[in-house]
Unconditional design. Sequence first.
Length: 679
Amino acid sequence: MNPSSPPPDFPSSEPLPPSWAVPRAVPRPGLRWRGWRGAMAGLAASAAMVGLAGWIAMGDIARIDDANAWVRHTREVLAVTAATGTAVDRAETAQRGYLLVGDPAYLHAGANADRAAIGALADLRRRTTDNAAQQHRLDTLERVVPRRLAGLAHTVALARAGARDSAVAIVRTHAGLADADTIRALLDRFAAEEQRLLLARMTVHDASTRAARTHTVLALALALATAAWAVVLLGRLVRRQVARRESMRAALLTSAASETRYRALFTALPRPAWVYDVETLRFLAVNPAATAQYGWSEEEFLARRITDVRPPEDAERVTASARGAGSSVITAGQWRHRWRDGQVRDVLVTTHALDYAGRAARLAVVDDITERLASERALRGRDARFRAAMAGMRDAFLLLRAVRIGGEVHDFEVLELNASGARLLGAPRAAGGARTLLGLYPDAGSSGFLAIGRRVLADGRPFEDERRTSAGRTPAEWVRLQAFPLEGEEDTLVVIVRDITARKRAEVRLREEAHRDPLTGLLNRRGLEEGVRRRLQEAAVSGQPDVVLYLDLDDFKGINDAFGHGEGDEALRTVASVLRRTMRAGDAIARLGGDEFAIYAPAGPDAVAWRDVNLLTQRIHEALDAENARGEANGRGYALRSTVGGTTVRAGDTLAAALARADNALYAAKPGGGTRRAG
């Protein structure tokens, strides 16, 4: 190299760009490797989190499928239970029909009903083998149902033999009535047990669903956190690379005045470097880092051309590029280099024009970027998979960055918003320009969304809640909201919103079904107990004379026998309607089963008539009389009569105790057909 003048690769009028760098103090390679190792560990951890999420999801799906199977099984048992009762009822209807009109069609209907009842019992036996209590009830049903059916068949046989009067006489003795009541009672208890199991299994199903959602969100959060960690580490490595290159550039500028210093710097470069002839492309000088990394000795390098360290297919392009550089001060490009052991590596080559012993030459400094490119490809693939997963999520996913004014969070910039998020927020997904939370979702302030974001940023803790949305603003009535700070990103939040409207509606429907009588729409016994529990405690302590009434229909069986169970059901619905019209809105009215009803009427300070059992009973009878008048005018062939027993709440009373006293009073009043108050 000519020391008489500054080398042309360091012109005084044109500073070197940042892409050229030779550090004065060379960092230890171990530090650099640890950085890459940390980034790769972050990527591996992120992939592991995705795999873990899949494994956990498979387990959760299996548990949900099992819970679904049990719920479906219980509903099928309920359907078969109802079919059993229906078959017995049809057999009774066929008997009455044949005895009344003698139509042989009833014989066919009765035979079908008998077969259906026996088949339904067998089906119940098969479906409830795992339930000892239900099997015990079936033991009784399998004795009583055939006996009841045999009794019905006996009267039909008498009628077919011409002894219809004898058959009717047997019916008038109410023979088999006890069996019919036993069958209905057992089927009611059978159905009640299955309803209890259904509620328990729905609870297990909901718990499994919640666990699946929680596991998925946690795994996604961990995957995002580890991916972010890897990105942060890569960013640090890039900044270190830039810093090293800046340091190298300063070192070269400082050493340009001295040939000795220049050669020392060239030799000390930690990266491979060489000087090659622009015309012949032969190596003129190589540093120790090049010989150590590429595997050839200095003598072997000097006997080669720069095309010899490239794959054969790149030789022509390398020649054109090297000669085309001409007098350009600096060139930089990405290439593939071949080492002595045959491996091909991706490198970044920066060249600088210089005069070497009077010959046009270029100095080349090589950075091995193979691992960096692999990491970048892996990150791009991970980012693509993440975005694909985010786009396919049914949950809304938002990435938000705080917009501060005077240090206070005024709004949030929406960095990421998937399609589900746009739908749930009722916001356009592809809005032009910068997007803010208030711009996309104006209700964010009034709904508390903005306040939640401020709180999560302030205390750094995740937030999770279920809440009702503003009516009409979004397609979801209920959402589950999760928000947590993004690790490593200042003022940045991850928000996940799930539409849980269907689940909330199902919960309301299940609670309603568990507390309501499906025939009349009144409360059932459980609904009555839960509805009046607090009021009963207050009345027992304060001594308020709350009234409990127990009511059943007189000769309800006669209505069923004469007009069929369909008309009997209509009679029960009519009585329920009369009781609703007669009692106050705050009174609790329930159907306890069969033709039995109960009423809990809280006492009021000015409502004397509502604290007297006899007056309340009189109101009910008057209302039934009015209904009977309307029914007679409309051609209804029977009247609705009731017997009522009543009591007032005592200190320390339970609902069961009060109902028992009212029931005793009812039965005591039965012979007279009126009302009696328990003492």
